[in-house]
Design a protein around this ligand. Sequence first.
Ligand code: ZN
Length: 216
Amino acid sequence: MTGDPSLSALSSIRGQDRALARLSRILAGGLRSGAVLLWGPEGVGKRTTALALSRRILCAEPQEGAPCGRCLSCRTPLAAHPDFHLLEPGETQSIGIDAVRELLRGTLESSLVSPVRIALLDEVHRLTPEASNSLLKSLEEPSDNLLFFLVSPSPDRLLPTLLSRLLKVRFLPLSDGDLAAVARERRPESPPEAIERALPLSGGSAGRLLGLVDSP
Ligand SMILES: [Zn+2]
């Protein structure tokens, strides 16, 4: 095992049973091309889910729906994985066409350690119109064994033509029970009162709750 948290992350996703069930159905159908949009509020597990699913799909011998942790793919960190390509805006406000072209070029040069290549685009609503069109063109001529995961809290900001090409999976705000469980797991040293106090301000987002617990 590499100790990469994405290898075991799927079992840590809370409160998204419907989204995970839908994703399971989509992937059980043998989806090996096209694009899936994971959308819903910030901080509820969309990106973590996309990373964990990528691990499972890239694994040469998944076991009971989980990556094996032993094959060459599982032993390769995602950042260095030749069949995994991540595009995220980082500090910049938008994702331009050059970044998308570079991503798409990278997917063509994959060495196929895994049965499928994956491109993950986080904050995909930040694509410029030109970048969106470049991605759209690629989706209109789907390559075999190239699967896109797109992540966004604001699908209404995507080009309608792009949106219409995506399989959409909705993530929901988390319940107080799930939020408290996440906080206890991720911040075991935090006093329960601090977690209780932050719950009503978190808006169903574990990301926001952890931020509040960290800097009350
Ligand atoms: Zn594996």
